[in-house]
Design a protein around this ligand. Structure first.
Ligand code: BTN
Length: 338
């Protein structure tokens, strides 16, 4: 793994420990001496770490006689911030954070060759070569949540096609809970607000002799982005129908809290799939679907399919009926729905 610049992982325990100590003394100052003792570091090393944290956006006040006080935490999605209060057992047990990376998905795919990596997440502030579905580019400016999740589920291969549905549903529930907005789900895996795309999901799977070796779930969320930064570049591309942002530049919505809620929702759903309890997921997805009930035109690897979208089956396939015949579509892109 070559991209080590400005990378932090949940294994970097010095910043994690300092931030925890500062948070536990929020009402007052913690002395330099106490920090040195608790961390087993010299004064100079503590000072260096404090400087580093300040450069990462933490507001830390230092007073000669009193020590250090945390005034405000960073808004960066640093590993130890995501871990602090994360209510999951598997997803996020190891976290990588990058300031800039080509693609979190490519990084996760490289990590996948290590068999013990399960539940690892990779988060980036910006991506230079973000990947979208169908080999499209994914514009990933500052302010978004660009995330890949590496999982090794122990279930049937046929369940892989459920992932776009369950990840987009987990996202919709998170948006409803944390931001009180009403997102819609566009088959197969788009999350929309006001008919514009606000998030997309990309699933890369490796399957060996009918067993899932690993899944890499890529999630791109326009959390607090400037929509024009995306629109400007993406507007000519096939099937682009507009992009929007979840929150405006001036709101103080916390991406870390959003991400923690999403990971917890996703793990709940993942456990439901493990228990083969899919009907509830299907029902909740359908309730939010902007596709079911519409006349659709879908481009598939075998050409266009037109008809009425009537529902979704237990594999996440869209059911499209035309002239008394129903087709099951597992892959495709909606060209129009009305
Ligand atoms: C889509 O085309 O709708 C899927 C977009 C998926 C984008 C995410 S951003 C994080 C991860 N890394 C990538 O390069 N792509 C996915």
């Amino acid at each position: 793994m070559s991209n080590k610049q400005h990378m932090y992982t949940s294994l970097d325990d010095t910043p994690d420990k300092i931030v925890r100590l500062l948070k536990s003394h929020k009402s007052g100052y913690i002395s330099g001496e106490k920090l040195c003792k608790s961390l087993g570091l010299s004064r100079a090393a503590v000072w260096k770490n404090i400087k580093k944290l300040q450069s990462l956006g933490y507001k830390i006040d230092s007073k000669q006689k009193s020590g250090y006080r945390l005034v405000a935490k960073t808004s960066l999605m640093l590993p130890w911030e995501i871990s602090d209060g994360l209510q999951t057992d598997i997803i996020g047990r190891k976290i990588y954070y990058f300031d800039t990376i080509d693609s979190t998905q490519s990084f996760a795919l490289k990590l996948a060759s290590r068999p013990h990596e399960n539940g690892t997440i990779i988060v980036a502030k910006r991506q230079t070569h973000g990947r979208g579905r169908q080999d499209r580019r994914w514009i990933s400016p500052d302010g978004g949540i660009w995330l890949s999740i590496l999982l090794r589920p122990n279930f049937e291969v046929s369940h892989v096609s459920l992932f776009p549905m369950l990840v987009s549903l987990a996202l919709a529930l998170t948006i409803e809970k944390t931001l009180k907005l009403k997102p819609r789900l566009k088959w197969p895996n788009d999350v929309t607000l006001g008919d514009k795309k606000v998030a997309g999901i990309l699933v890369d799977a490796s399957v060996e002799s009918n067993q899932i070796d690993y899944l890499v779930i890529g999630v791109g969320i326009n959390f607090k982005v400037e929509p024009s930064a995306i629109t400007k570049i993406a507007k000519g591309s096939k099937n682009f129908y507009g992009a929007t942002t979840l929150v405006g530049k001036k709101t103080d919505a916390d991406p870390v809290m959003f991400l923690q809620t999403f990971l917890a929702e996703l793990e709940k759903m993942y456990n439901k799939v493990i228990e083969n309890n899919i009907s509830g997921i299907k029902k909740d997805w359908k309730k939010r679907s902007s596709t079911v009930g519409k006349n659709v035109k879908i481009s598939t690897p075998n050409g266009y399919v037109t008809g009425k979208a009537t529902g979704i089956d237990n594999d996440g396939a869209l059911l499209v009926s035309s002239r008394g015949k129903t087709q099951r579509l597992l892959v495709g892109d909606i060209s129009s729905q009305a």
